[in-house]
Design a protein around this ligand. Structure first.
Ligand code: GDP
Ligand code: MN
Length: 392
């Protein structure tokens, strides 16, 4: 789960990192009021930043400076409601503008291959790091934190020297790097990125400040972070993902045309493998979970059909806690409500499988086939999808 900048900065502040004061505004009036407060407190300029979960806001016109409250009002009016890469801006961050001397990049990421947290830094901050990585990979410095001891002072010092920050800002940098690492660990983040980490002129001297923040939380860890779950921005998520989560379904959209409904993640993976082996392509991964009830089955069916690429549906249920008859009833009801008729192959074994078979055959649905084995089911589903493609 990606966090908006204003939430990400809150997590950095909680770890004692230097983040300039900021406010969040949903209306032009709120943005103007925040700017007025900062000007009254002595700011020369304010920065107004679109809060959207996409990168490169600056380039897209979503980050602007203003020298007066009136100008801040005009800028906020332009940015609020603006479309940035398909996302409508509904909030802006307003902050006293930093007087930037130089921009750096600093991030903690999970290096899955090394099974360690990696600290990444570059003296070429401010620009998109993907561009730096592609054009000048040498400009990106990397080192790993210790898997048990974490990011130690000597790691941070090494990075500071590699970035040319060793002489004047060493201590500040070490605190920031360790704070980044702490932010990552405390929140179970996959990524904590500051771009730019800037050298800034302030009335009290020249110092390092975190001017932008990007944090991605490990979805699997959200159960133990209700405070982070509350930061979720549903308006910017794929509606299909939102629906799946609300229904308690694990759903991942894929490229193919055979919709899958399976109980159990392992069985779902196996089903996808078998579809591929039979020459088909799964349209999704979908685990309806153990003990799936009638309404869950209907919700799962709706999710599958929402994908217009789906040409056939394969239902593979191993009844244990989930009862075959319950799933069959759910399927039959869902079929009745369907607007789009897609051939469906159902294999239900285990608890109440006979009852399930009876319910399915009594439904009298010509597009609904049952299968005796998993291989048979997969073969029929691939054939149905192929036939639909040929017919189209
Ligand atoms: P991004 O484009 O989405 O990464 O948004 P950023 O917050 O990183 O802003 C983009 C660029 O705007 C930065 O690299 C800076 O050059 C500039 N910028 C951001 N905040 C300030 C600020 O407070 N003062 C000044 N002078 N420039 C800023
Ligand atoms: Mn940035």
């Amino acid at each position: 789960m990606k966090l908006q900048e204003y939430h990400a900065k809150r997590l950095l502040l909680a770890q004692g990192l230097p983040v300039p004061d900021y406010s969040v505004a949903q209306t032009v009036a709120e943005a103007k009021a925040a700017a007025t407060t900062y000007f009254a407190a002595g700011a020369d300029r304010v920065v107004i930043k679109a809060q959207v979960l996409v990168g490169g806001r600056g380039k897209a016109g979503g980050v602007k400076l203003a020298a007066t409250a009136q100008e801040a009002e005009q800028v906020a009016a332009r940015i609020l409601g603006m479309d940035i890469k398909g996302t409508t801006v509904r909030r802006v961050l307003v902050a006293p503008a930093a007087d930037i001397v130089a921009e750096y990049y600093l991030a903690c990421v999970l290096d899955r291959a090394a099974r360690k947290v990696m600290l990444m830094g570059s003296a070429e901050g401010g620009v998109e790091i993907e561009v730096v990585a592609a054009e000048r990979p040498d400009a990106i410095k990397q080192l790993h934190a210790h898997p048990l001891l974490g990011l130690l002072d000597h790691h941070a010092r090494r990075m500071a020297f590699a970035l040319g920050l060793g002489s004047t800002h060493l201590r500040e940098f070490v605190t920031i790097a360790k704070g980044l690492y702490a932010t990552m660990i405390v929140n179970d983040a996959d990524l904590v990125e500051i771009n730019p980490l800037a050298i800034v002129n302030t009335p009290s001297g020249v110092e390092l400040q975190c001017l932008d923040a990007k944090v991605t939380i490990d979805d699997s860890a959200l159960d133990r972070h209700s405070e982070l779950e509350a930061m979720r921005d549903i308006a910017e998520e794929d509606p299909v993902d939102v629906e799946a989560r609300e229904q308690g379904l694990s759903f991942i959209r894929l490229e193919g045309n055979i919709g899958c409904m399976v109980n159990g993640a392992g069985l779902a993976m196996t089903t996808m493998d078998l579809i591929k082996r039979a020459g088909g392509e799964p349209a999704n991964f979908l685990d309806i979970g153990g003990g799936a009830k009638h309404d869950k089955v209907a919700a799962a069916m709706a999710l599958i059909l929402a994908d217009t690429h789906v040409k056939a549906i394969l239902v593979n249920i191993f009844g244990g806690i989930a009862r075959g008859d319950e799933v069959a009833h759910g399927l039959v009801d869902a079929r009745r409500m369907q607007e789009r008729h897609v051939p469906m192959v159902v294999r239900i074994v285990g608890t109440n499988a006979d009852e399930a078979a009876r319910i399915l055959s009594e439904a009298g649905d010509p597009d609904l086939q049952t299968a005796a084995s998993l291989d048979d089911a997969v073969e029929k589903a691939v054939a149905a999808a192929t036939a639909a493609v040929v017919a189209a």
